[in-house]
Write a protein that binds this ligand. Sequence first.
Ligand code: 5GP
Ligand code: ZN
Length: 114
Amino acid sequence: MDNCIFCKIANGEIPSNKVYEDEKVLAFRDIKPVAPVHILVVPKKHYASIMDIAGEEMDITAHVSTVIQRIAKEEGIAADGFRVVINCGKNGGQEVDHLHYHILAGRNLTWPPG
Ligand code: 5GP
Ligand code: ZN
């Protein structure tokens, strides 16, 4: 998508601090981390939000889960635990309209979120 910052990061037009990449997804460190570990996992294909994935394309969500498991092991956060967040829409606090999964770890995360 034109003018989508995460499309530009996914295609290498804008640099990022890359954590993992394959043909379908890119994971990179958040520019404004809110926890000691704050990684974003994005499908390379542009989906505006989780509401934008068609039923027949839903296997991308399973693939992202596999990637999250791998990153959790590699980052050494699996044992202590972590949080995966998808913000969706205005009330969800979504600021970038390209589907992304936040992986947050490295401190005790409070619940409920603000
Ligand atoms: P949202 O609020 O949409 O769920 O989260 C967007 C996230 O993207 C925020 O945590 C923000 O810090 C991060 N972000 C926005 N622009 C950039 C960027 O250019 N590079 C990186 N690495 N992260 C970004
Ligand atoms: Zn995009």
